[in-house]
Write a protein of this length. Structure first.
Length: 426
């Protein structure tokens, strides 16, 4: 390999191992490559500005802000209350409430960390009080958060749509079936845990209580219909939908639910900005990284090596999934998508994988990574809410991880599993 290739591969890997933030590691690796190739260092700034000027990127901070506003405005509490009236009386019912509430909230926030934080803050203490093991309570909240990147609108699909230059609307649809099947699998885990541990069931809600909970939660339940209906009805783009989601959350929180205070808005905006800045910095610097990788032919050479040494498509996809799962356990998921995106796309093209199907495979992998030990982001949110150690939650979450891997297998090897809803997008 050339000096430039060494800086972009081994150099970047070393910086990550040493603990550098991913955006900084990317920038330093690019700087080293530029010096080795005697290219004007201004290329770094130019490529970063170019990478940050994509219109679709606006959806990321806006969806993050929408999730923060929904949580602060009490809509997540309304979702929990309504879900509770439906399933709390069943074996494992309270844990099932966590999954169902997260399923709906995912269609509002598009983010795994936001879903885990909003639903987990309510449900982990409630489950512990009802007799659930604290480790399991934290692990099911973390696992339910994984639905965030799968259920549209999804920040992860927005990022992959930008990287792969694919329709974000079609990518959104490819996550629906995997997301719903994952939710069903998590419901089964809840039932099995409660049955094994004889967790007491709560009283059944009567029709009057169900109606009252639905009436109180109607604005929260309407949000996904407004956002997704607007996207697939052709009223607005996914990026514009993110802005609509923010306005909806702000108006409902301030004037209808009246749990959102104007004085709290600066803190909410700051929290969304901090998270968005990290994501957007990685994407911006990765633009230059991708250009240099393309110039060096690293992605195409690796794809060619796989084609020569791994003849079967199913085996190539298995190898990619295994590598992705291991990387996602120790590396930021967004960084994996934007840095390895060109290489992954080259491999998919070499083996003739449908680009929308491949996007579903990648984002399902990313979703699992959010909950995979040792550095899955949602794990740390679960730790903060529950007060448990990483080891305690990691030991409790493996049944859910196995369910996620089954969904990944189905997504990978049955294209129709992810593409079932695609005709509706055409």
């Amino acid at each position: 390999m050339s000096e430039v290739a060494w800086f972009l591969t081994a150099g970047f890997g070393l910086l990550v191992v040493l603990g550098f933030p991913f955006a900084v590691a990317i920038a330093l690796a690019i700087t080293g490559a530029l010096l080795a190739a005697d290219i004007e260092p201004a290329f770094l700034a130019q490529s970063a500005i170019s990478g940050a000027q994509q219109f679709s990127l606006l959806a990321i901070p806006l969806f993050m802000l929408a999730g923060e506003l929904m949580a602060a405005g009490g809509l997540s509490q309304r979702l929990v209350e309504f879900a509770g009236t439906l399933v709390r009386h069943r074996t494992g019912g309270l844990a099932m409430v966590t999954v169902l509430a997260a399923l709906v909230f995912s269609a509002i926030s598009g983010s795994a960390p936001a879903t885990t934080a909003a639903i987990g803050a309510i449900m982990i203490p409630a489950m512990v009080e009802a007799g659930y093991d604290r480790g399991f309570a934290a692990s099911i909240a973390v696992s339910a958060g994984v639905l965030g990147p799968l259920i549209p609108p999804s920040i992860a699909f927005v990022i992959w749509g930008i990287v792969a230059e694919q329709s974000i609307g079609r990518l959104f649809l490819s996550g629906v079936v995997p997301g719903v099947v994952l939710a069903i699998g998590l419901l089964a885990v809840c039932w099995g845990h409660a049955r094994r541990n004889a967790v007491p069931r709560l009283p059944r809600a009567d029709l009057r209580e169900v109606w009252q909970a639905f009436h109180r939660g109607k604005w929260a339940l309407a949000s996904p219909l407004v956002v997704l209906g607007g996207i697939y009805g052709g009223v607005f783009t996914p990026t514009e939908a993110a802005a609509v989601s923010c306005i909806y959350a702000l108006l409902v929180g301030l004037f209808i639910e009246r749990q959102l205070r104007v004085s709290a808005l600066p803190g909410i905006f700051a929290a969304a900005m901090r998270t968005s800045a990290v994501v957007c910095a990685i994407i911006a610097f990765s633009a230059g990284f991708g250009i240099l990788v393309a110039q060096e032919g690293i992605a195409t050479r690796f794809a060619g090596w796989m084609a020569d040494n791994v003849g079967e498509r199913w085996l190539a996809l298995a190898a990619l999934n295994a590598a992705f799962f291991l990387l996602a356990a120790v590396m930021d998921e967004i960084a994996i998508m934007v840095i390895l995106g060109p290489m992954l796309i080259a491999i998919a093209n070499r083996f003739g994988v449908d680009p929308i199907h491949f996007g579903a495979i990648i984002v399902t992998n990313v979703s699992i990574g959010m909950a995979a030990p040792p550095i899955g982001y949602c794990l740390f949110i679960g730790m903060a809410i529950s007060g448990l150690s990483l080891g305690r939650i990691s030991r409790a979450i493996w049944p859910q991880i196995l369910v996620m891997l089954v969904v990944l297998f189905l997504t990978t090897y049955i294209p129709g599993f992810a593409l079932l809803l695609q005709p509706a997008a055409r």
